[in-house]
Design a protein around this ligand. Structure first.
Ligand SMILES: Nc1ncnc2c1ncn2[C@@H]1O[C@H](COP(=O)(O)OP(=O)(O)OP(=O)(O)O)[C@@H](O)[C@H]1O
Ligand SMILES: [Mg+2]
Length: 255
C-alpha cells in the first residue's frame, strides 16, 4: 500500500449494462488537490459516491490510510474523516446559517460527554462553528435563515457544514456550480487555503479554476481514466485534447 491518504484499486461499478466506473485506480495525498475532470456522464460523481461509501463497487477496493474501507457504509466512512458535501438538501432552511453550522459541528463532537454537558455550555462546538463561518466568509450572514440566503451563499454554507465535521479528506463535487464570479473566487481561495492540511478530491467543470488550484488531474472518459498527471502534463496531452478538452482548453487556459 502506498502512503496516500485515500486510494482506489481497480474500482468498478456497473449500472445494468453501463460501466459507469471501470478499473479506476486513483489516489490523493495530504496537502494535495487532485482534480477529476471529464465530460458529462464520465463517472466523476459516481466515483465520489464510491469513495464516500454511498455506493458499493461491483469490484475493486478503496483504501484509507492503508486500510481497506471498501465495504464500509457512508456514516462509517464519514467518521473516519472522509467528508463530502451533499448539496443543499442537508441544510435546514428555517434555521440560521450559524445554527446549521452549529448542528454540523455538534454532530462531529457527539460523544458520551453530550449527556452530561448542556448544549449551551459546549464551547468547543461554538468555537468550531465560528471558525468555519469565518473560513467560508459567512460570518456576516450568521444570523440569516438559510432559506433567505442566495443560492451561492447556500453552497458556501454547505462547505462550512462539511468543514464543521473537521474531515481530513474533502470530496468536493462541483463546488462552484451556480456561483457568481465573486463567490467562485471566494470558494477557490478557500480550497487553496484548505489544501495544505487536507487531501482534496475536486470535481469541477470550470477549467480556469481547476488548472489554477489542482496539483494533479485525472481525466475520466466513459468511466475510465484517460490520463493522470500534473497540470502541465494534462495540458500537453494529445489524448486529452482529442477526447475531451479540444479547443476549450486553449481558450480557457490561455495556451
Ligand atoms: N444510480 C444510477 N443508476 C443508473 N445509472 C447511473 C446512476 N448514477 C449514474 N448513472 C449513470 O452513470 C454515468 C456516470 O454518471 P455520473 O453522474 O457519475 O457522471 P458525471 O461524470 O458526474 O457527470 P456530470 O459532469 O454531468 O456531473 C451516466 O451515464 C449516468 O447516467
Ligand atoms: Mg457529476
Amino acid at each position: 500500500m502506498n502512503a496516500s491518504i485515500l486510494s482506489t484499486k481497480d474500482l468498478s461499478i456497473n449500472f445494468g449494462g453501463l460501466r459507469a466506473v471501470h478499473n479506476l485506480s486513483v489516489s490523493v495525498d495530504m496537502g494535495e488537490v487532485h482534480a477529476i475532470i471529464g465530460p458529462n456522464g464520465a463517472g466523476k460523481t459516481t466515483m465520489i459516491n464510491l469513495l464516500s461509501g454511498d455506493l458499493l463497487p461491483s469490484s475493486g477496493q478503496v483504501f484509507h490510510r492503508g486500510q481497506d474501507i471498501t465495504s464500509l457504509p457512508a456514516h462509517r466512512v464519514a467518521k473516519r474523516g472522509i467528508g463530502r458535501s451533499y448539496q443543499i438538501t442537508n441544510i435546514f432552511p428555517e434555521f440560521t446559517c450559524r445554527e446549521n453550522c452549529w448542528l454540523a459541528a455538534r454532530s462531529r463532537r457527539e460523544t458520551a460527554m453530550r449527556f452530561f454537558l448542556p448544549s449551551g455550555r459546549d464551547r468547543g462546538t461554538a468555537a468550531l462553528t465560528e471558525k468555519t463561518l469565518e473560513m467560508t466568509g459567512l460570518s456576516a450572514q450568521a444570523d440569516v435563515p438559510a432559506q433567505a440566503m442566495s443560492y451561492g451563499e447556500q453552497r458556501q454554507l454547505e462547505i462550512a457544514m462539511l468543514l464543521a465535521l473537521e474531515p481530513e479528506v474533502l470530496l468536493l463535487d462541483e463546488p462552484l456550480a451556480g456561483l457568481g464570479p465573486n463567490e467562485s473566487v471566494a470558494v477557490i481561495d478557500l480550497i487553496r487555503r484548505l489544501a495544505p492540511d487536507h487531501a482534496i478530491v475536486l470535481i469541477e467543470h470550470d477549467m480556469d479554476a481547476v488548472f489554477s488550484i489542482a496539483d494533479r488531474l485525472t481525466v475520466m472518459v466513459n468511466g475510465e481514466m484517460l490520463e493522470s498527471g500534473e497540470p502541465a502534463q494534462i495540458r500537453a496531452s494529445d489524448k486529452v485534447r482529442q477526447a475531451y478538452l479540444g479547443d476549450e482548453l486553449e481558450l480557457e487556459v490561455g495556451q
